[in-house]
Write a protein that binds this ligand. Sequence first.
Ligand code: NAP
Ligand code: G4F
Length: 333
Amino acid sequence: MKSPTALVTGVTGQDGSYLAELLLDKGYEVHGMVRRSSTETFERIAHLKDRIQLHLGDLLDQASLVTLLRDVQPTELYNLAAQSFVPTSWVQPSLTGEFTALGVTRMLDAVRLVDPEIRFYQASSSEMFGRVQEKPQSETTPFYPRSPYAVAKLYGHWITVNYRESYGLFAVSGILFNHESPRRGREFVTRKISESVARIKLGLQDELSLGNLDARRDWGYAPEYVDAMWRMLQLADPTDFVIGTGVQHSVEDFVNAAFATVELDPQDFMRVDKSLIRPAEVDTLQANVEKAERELGWRAATQFTDLVEIMVHADLEAQERSSRRRVGGPGTR
Ligand code: NAP
Ligand code: G4F
């Protein structure tokens, strides 16, 4: 029998790389959509390159999506591609809308036209809760987006629900709270902190500049979250889920835990940079994961302090590796 076939958009990103690993482990034939760029962005999937098949495609280009689905004939489609960095969405609001909002419609239309039996996962976000209307946030909490990114994600969420209801597609929206790992993009706050703390420990950097230290997030470990995505597509009927740990911490908590990992005092290195404060902030996010625990049998396993340690240790190793390639190598504070 032919193995199940999955297509992952955003396969070069944090989640795409972990999802590709998970699907390979489960015996899937795995295909990834990548967009053309003058330099390759395949660092996170370099170790998988002989086991997955990559295809050119872009969320901005409807024809490329239709052709891709015709060529790959997936049974499952995970739509993870997006402009995913919130601050950039104020600088490029229209482009963010094209990728992160209309890109979802283009993908759903491709499914509808090529093969409506394809099971479709949409990467929705807890940012949609924005100025939270209820604590903690569940699948029934009203939305109040606070950035062009969150507004675009909300469109992507509702168009997924709408195509499910209009055309009977097996289309689900996973409303995921922040999830992090050593593969997290360097501009997101957790990775910015873990990498800076590692560099400070090794004497390669003097200070860490951050914006709002009071923001609170529900941070989990990314490899566990891609398992929740897969579980959603195995259900008998399509339905949406909130995925998170149910526990929240502040940015300052993350800073303190990261410096504690390397036995340094944050007060000696921390600086607040007001230019990093956002035009409109999401102050607090915390997931209500009852539905996921009940219907998916999914629960976050990695605790906050373990996540911080995983990230700081990975960045220490990465910095030490690259320093060894430089003459002299690093010192240690
Ligand atoms: P990420 O690391 O930023 O990866 C984004 C991916 O999207 C990259 O592979 C990128 O390709 C691709 N992409 C961007 N624009 C594209 C376009 N026009 N056409 C094709 N591909 C495009 O994001 P992530 O953290 O893995 O998150 C995955 C998804 O989940 C995103 O949709 C994000 O918004 C959403 N989400 C993330 C979190 C989280 O905490 N991580 C929480 C909730 C929702 P390049 O390599 O070419 O740039
Ligand atoms: O790490 P962040 O940039 O993540 P944010 O904005 O919560 O968005 C991430 O999670 C969403 C899920 O809720 C995803 F949908 C989205 O794609 C992305 O993955 O910022 C977290 C918090 C913010 O409140 C921000 O103001 O950290 C605060 N912060 C303080 N100083 C900073 C900084 N954020 C960044 N990126 N850089 C700073 O220097």
